[in-house]
Design a protein around this ligand. Structure first.
Ligand SMILES: [Zn+2]
Length: 178
């Protein structure tokens, strides 16, 4: 069936698979994402800023969940390494925004032979758009956590082990909370 003339056809995000109505949003992104998905991610950032007291602690996790779900194969190898490192540190080691940002700085300065990490065909079921449209602040908070867990859990065990080993080798223990 043809779309009616004069409407924007929907797009499918190559990273997360979100099917969203076409948007005239002209944004570009460093991620493997449709413009519509990148726009939703930007709106999710806006929602987080509006509810910073509640959602601020998820700032880095949101960035890393999106990054690990939208890996551009042409981008530097360090991109998915950092994204998965952030997911690992938050989800398995209880680390917060500052811990993860500090770890990224330490890693960038102490190593450069990063593995090439290729995402699985489907990186979680939830999308940034699902999180954005989950409801009020409580629903968005729990959807964001679930989204991050799904993205982390969808990566192959071998890649997650690589990230765990690299992180523990390079990042001092004080940046882990457990
Ligand atoms: Zn997407």
């Amino acid at each position: 069936m043809n779309a009616p003339k004069g409407t924007h056809e929907s797009t499918t995000c190559p990273g997360c698979g979100a099917v969203l109505p076409g948007s005239p949003w002209p944004g570009t992104t460093k991620y493997n994402a449709s413009a519509e998905c990148a726009e939703a991610a930007g709106e999710l950032l806006g929602f987080e800023v509006q509810h910073a007291a509640r959602l601020g602690y998820l700032h880095q996790l949101r960035i890393d969940a999106y990054g690990a779900q939208h890996v551009d194969p042409a981008a530097p190898r360090i991109g998915p390494v950092f994204a998965l490192n952030g997911l690992y540190m938050f989800l398995e080691r209880g680390s917060g925004n500052l811990d993860v940002r500090t770890a990224h700085g330490i890693m960038a300065n102490s190593y450069d032979d990063w593995p090439r990490l290729v995402p699985p065909a489907r990186v979680g079921e939830l999308t940034a758009y699902d999180v954005l449209t989950a409801g009020g602040v409580d629903e968005v908070e729990s959807a964001l956590l679930e989204w991050a867990r799904e993205v982390w859990g969808s990566w192959p065990d071998a890649d997650r082990d690589t990230i765990r080993e690299l992180t523990v080798r390079l990042v001092p223990e004080r940046w882990f909370k457990r």
